[in-house]
Design a protein around this ligand. Structure first.
Ligand code: ADP
Length: 634
């Protein structure tokens, strides 16, 4: 069966697309995995930052208020000195005023308020009285006119200042108030407080925060390393002002260089710093913070809360990885599902193709069966016709055989007549002679004549017997003795054989052949008769009868040294009515009949043309089997 070629067509484009898929899919999945992981990381981070900043907002508010309250709780204190007469007196008369009383008053007040120092300056900025009058590094008599808080306060504005003390070198928050009397500023009261407690509190609470002043310089910080560093670049003007005011004494005001800075919103940014040494982390390590800044009330300062983002980063990283891995799993599941779908689709397609091929096959088988049935019917018809034709032919052949026999009889009749005439003439003569011998009493001679006459009568009987057997219609099968058939043939042709002086060579065995005896004789009469015809011009006619076994057959070669057969005649030898013999000598049926008789007995008749001249006819006949023998022999 031929399969539909479309079903077996190689899927070239499918192979190509599969190759492309195999080449590009893994990198694409990895890219998407990394991309989605990054997106997951970023989303997680931004959500985390939002959550942290919301929480940080509350923390910022809480701690900023703490700072504000820490600062504001001292604001009223300098103004209290306005109420103290001794202070007014001292400022009115610095040389004769009650300095000692004021010193002691301030000392007591400082102790109670737990501030660092409280002191009073005249309008020239000179310290007239101070709570630390006992200390060797007392401010007493010091000129602090250069201090910004003094300058603000002497102008009637609240002096707020964070700086490093020029005497003690100690950082502190200065609050100054212009002391008024009768609407006139007579001096300035200053309280210095330390805000270190805030830093200590932050450190204890593990809070990272700092407070930066109006110039962006960090004045309070949970991390001492960041203290007195500016969070933004200082302009040369600011630097000069700071140097002049000695606000931070001679402290080098470096910039706090964050490794990265990213603004996330109003007052919210992301800052990355190198890890502090105190944190115990590797110096190369960096720490990123969410920095939330809020301005502190009543001051130009800003409070900044730093929330470390390491944990958030770690979580975001884990979530990013989870997203990437989830995507990879989904992609693998998708690919597996797709492959399975394709396998199922291929199987279905193959099944459909198989079913289609099957139905095609069945259709074709049905068509072929119908064809075969039709051709079978045709063949049966042809067989019937052939059988009919064969019967007709057989009938015709039988008729021909019969006709051939009759023709042969016709031909032979002359020679038989001649044959019979001779003995008859002899009989007539002998019988006449015998009568006369008897009359004379010559009994011996008469009896000799009678014996001769007897022989002649026997001979004549044999002649007529052979004629009868020749004319009888024979059977296709039978049992014949080769020797007897040759003898009978020679007997029939004895006259002609004797006339030409034939030299006969017999080289065959007596074989029992599966053919009717008469038919075999008929064939041999034809073959030997033809040989005698061909040798009429031959001075020494010779005939060879050579036999040989060939399997289950016996081949008898009838060879003569006659004139042979020319090339043109060879083509028509076995055709009916082909003859080269003149007039009524030849009918052209001898070979045709002989061949058909041989064929009817499942034998064959063929011709050979020996190189040495003459012609040889080879009669091949099946040997009679013992079964045939027993069947045919009663
Ligand atoms: P017929 O003998 O009546 O001619 P045959 O069929 O017996 O018919 O022979 C056909 C022809 O074959 C003969 O006319 C003859 O030319 C040729 N032929 C047959 N046998 C021989 C032979 N032994 N030698 C030469 N020619 C032969």
């Amino acid at each position: 069966m031929k399969c539909d070629p479309s079903l077996l067509r190689p899927a070239q484009p499918a192979v190509k697309s599969r190759l492309i898929r195999q080449l590009f899919l893994p990198p694409l999945i990895i890219l998407l995995m990394v991309g989605l992981g990054s997106v997951g990381y970023m989303i997680s981070e931004s959500n985390g930052i939002r959550a942290l900043s919301e929480n940080g907002e509350r923390q910022l508010e809480l701690h900023a208020r703490t700072v504000e309250s820490e600062i504001s709780k001292y604001t009223y204190l300098p103004s209290l000195l306005e109420l103290e007469d001794s202070v007014s007196q001292l400022l009115a008369d610095p040389d004769g005023g009650p300095r000692q009383a004021v010193n002691e008053y301030l000392e007591g007040l400082n102790r109670r308020s737990r501030s660092r120092a409280i002191y009073v300056l005249d309008t020239n900025g000179r310290v007239q009285a101070t709570s630390n009058w006992r200390d060797p590094d007392s401010f007493l008599g010091e000129d602090l006119a250069f201090r910004a808080y003094f300058q603000d306060a002497v102008r009637g504005q609240p002096g707020r200042f964070y700086g490093i003390g020029s005497t003690t070198g100690e950082a502190g928050y200065y609050l100054a108030h212009g002391l008024e009397e009768h609407g006139r500023i007579i001096g300035v009261a200053v309280i210095k407080v330390r805000l270190d407690t805030l830093e200590e509190r932050w450190q204890r609470a593990r809070l990272e925060a700092f407070v930066s002043d109006e110039n962006g310089i960090i004045i309070l910080s949970s991390d001492p390393a960041r203290r007195l560093k500016s969070v933004r670049p200082l302009t040369p003007q600011v630097k000069e002002d700071l140097a002049r005011s000695l606000q931070y004494y001679w402290w080098p005001l470096n910039e706090l260089h964050p490794l990265a800075r990213e603004a996330l919103g109003d007052g919210v940014e992301k800052l990355t710093f190198p890890a502090s040494r105190d944190s115990g982390q590797d110096a190369s390590h960096e720490v990123t913070y969410l920095a939330q800044t809020r301005r502190l009330a009543d001051t130009p300062w800003h409070f900044t809360l730093l929330t470390p983002l390491q944990d958030l980063h770690r979580e975001s990283m884990i979530q990013g990885i989870l997203v990437g891995v989830a995507f990879a799993l989904l992609a693998i599941l998708g690919i597996a599902w797709n492959e399975r779908r394709k396998v199922i689709a291929t199987r279905l397609a193959a099944r459909e193709a198989l079913e289609e091929a099957n139905s095609q096959l069945e259709r074709r088988i049905a068509e072929r069966t119908a064809d075969l049935r039709a051709s079978n019917e045709r063949l049966k018809g042809q067989i019937r016709e052939r059988r009919h034709a064969e019967q007709t032919l057989r009938h015709a052949q039988d008729e021909l055989v019969q006709a051939g026999k009759l023709a042969a009889i016709g031909q032979m009749s002359t020679s038989i007549a001649h044959e019979l005439n001779q003995p008859l003439a002899a009989l007539r003569t002998l019988s006449g002679n015998t009568v006369r011998f008897l009359e004379r009493g010559a009994l011996d001679t008469a009896s000799t004549n009678l014996r001769t006459m007897n022989d002649l009568i026997d001979r004549m009987g044999r002649i007529t017997a052979s004629l009868r057997s020749f004319a009888r219609r024979g059977e296709d099968s039978g049992l014949a003795s080769l020797d007897s058939a040759v003898e009978a043939t020679l007997q029939v042709l004895a006259n002609r054989i004797g006339a030409c002086g034939l030299q006969l060579h017999r080289d065959f065995d007596d074989q029992a052949l599966a053919i009717d005896q008469t038919r075999l004789e008929q064939i041999l009469v034809n073959l030997i008769g033809n040989a005698l015809d061909a040798m009429t011009a031959q001075a020494h006619p010779q005939l060879w009868l050579e036999g040989e076994l060939a399997g289950d057959r016996y081949r008898l070669r009838v060879r003569d040294n006659g004139h042979g057969i020319d090339h043109e005649a060879r083509k028509h030898l076995f055709e009916p009515f082909f003859t080269t013999k003149p007039g009524e000598h030849g009918l052209g049926l001898g070979l045709t009949l002989s061949a058909s008789l041989a064929a009817a007995a499942k034998g064959a008749l063929s011709v050979e043309h020996p190189a040495g001249g003459g012609t040889a006819f080879v009669l091949s006949l099946p040997l009679a089997t013992p079964a045939t023998d027993s069947a045919d022999t009663p």
